[in-house]
Design a protein around this ligand. Structure first.
Ligand code: MG
Length: 375
């Protein structure tokens, strides 16, 4: 590995784990965290959870799993360029979506509505719950017992109310300080990944077209470049040549802008990083272009009537599941029934959030449709 910057998160200086463990052998603490995440049940479920398109709509759309791998790839490239700790970025990237509900944003909105009177539902907080509590694999503790640095990176946003309940990992939302640069990188790598793959999936689905996208500056400029170089190119190759250039320009811009900001701020340690304003940023011009693309996707893809129809069905499904379990905890599987004695709404929320898209659809069938083949 390259030399780490003095202000990077050095694994040997980790603030450690909630339950003391002997140090890892043959790998550093962040590599151990990454390995634990990859072996978790919640990680395997990402394969059958989606963001925009529901899993059964097509085999080629991104799932939360492929999304997380793309975030890790982009994040590591940025970390390497900036001499930051790659393993930490990778661990945060692979874990950042573990707490997502089935059916993407629609599912999360529905579950948040259902949980309104019971403390709400935030997917970042849920990702932390998964790694701190819900995974049950180790003899000596619940959860994965990850390092502080990975946990703070997972908790990207948090309300002040929840931050007060979280102790050390919530403190920065009260102090208004920043997380490590590695966490900041993972956060923006997420943004680069989803904007670009949503363009790709959107085009593939036919819900948005090249004609429309031409008008969006960041896409139009790169499309023009490709067409100048390859006047006869069309179809998937034209789309991919454009998108790879968009990703590259975003990554290069982020690295250049951040390197300049870091040089200016002259941090000497990770403590300096926490006390400075965020130092991982796009240039103003690039930020504006990203914003235009996001706006375009929101108006034309995320609110497309065919996406709305699927979202409405997804929300109805989750609401009805939630209602059924709250009315009769006897419908929950045994282990969740046990836990529900302490806090029924939170247990139901954990159960539903853990479902994959297809598990939620099956569970709906099992609860609401009488068929000849029962149980
Ligand atoms: Mg994400």
């Amino acid at each position: 590995m390259h030399d780490l910057a003095p202000y990077a998160a050095h694994p040997k200086d980790t603030r450690g784990r909630q339950h003391p463990e002997s140090p890892p052998q043959g790998r550093n603490d962040f590599q151990r965290d990454r390995d634990r995440i990859i072996h978790s049940t919640a990680f395997r479920r990402l394969e059958y959870k989606t963001q925009v398109f529901v899993n059964h709509e097509g085999d080629l759309f991104r799932t939360r799993l492929t999304h997380s791998l793309e975030v890790a790839q982009i994040g590591r490239a940025i970390a390497r360029t900036l001499s930051l700790q790659e393993d930490l970025v990778e661990a945060i990237a692979l874990a950042h979506d573990l707490g997502h509900t089935p059916f993407g944003h629609a599912g999360q909105d529905a579950l948040n509505d259902c949980m309104r009177e019971f403390g709400g539902f935030e997917h970042n907080l849920q990702s932390l719950r998964v790694v701190d509590l819900l995974e049950q694999r180790y003899a000596e503790f619940d959860g994965l017992n990850l390092t502080f640095e990975v946990r703070e990176g997972i908790l990207k946003h948090c309300s002040v109310k929840n931050a007060k309940l979280l102790g050390e990992v919530g403190q920065r939302f009260l102090d208004k300080t920043q997380p490590s640069l590695e966490a900041q990188v993972a956060n923006l790598a997420d943004e680069i990944a989803y904007n670009n793959h949503d363009v790709d999936d959107g085009l593939r689905s036919g819900l948005i077209t090249l004609e429309q996208l031409k008008e969006v500056r960041i896409f139009g400029e790169h499309l023009q470049q490709v067409q100048n170089l390859y006047p006869n190119l069309n179809g998937r190759r034209l789309v991919h040549e454009t998108i790879r250039r968009m990703i590259n320009s975003l990554v290069m811009n982020l690295c250049a802008e951040s390197a300049a900001l870091i040089a200016d701020a002259d941090p000497r340690s990770i403590q300096d990083i926490r006390e400075r304003p965020p130092l991982i940023r796009f240039s103003e011009a690039m930020q504006q272009r990203q914003f235009e693309l996001k706006q375009f996707l929101r108006e034309n893809l995320y609110r497309h009537y065919r996406v709305n129809r699927m979202s409405a069905k997804a929300q109805r499904t989750l609401r009805e599941l939630f209602g059924a379990f709250i009315q009769d905890s006897g419908l929950l599987p045994d282990d969740f029934q046990q836990r529900s004695k302490d806090d029924l709404p939170r247990t139901v929320s954990d159960y539903i959030a853990g479902m994959t898209d297809r598990y939620a659809m099956k569970e709906y069938q099992r609860l609401f449709v009488i068929s000849e083949r029962e149980l």
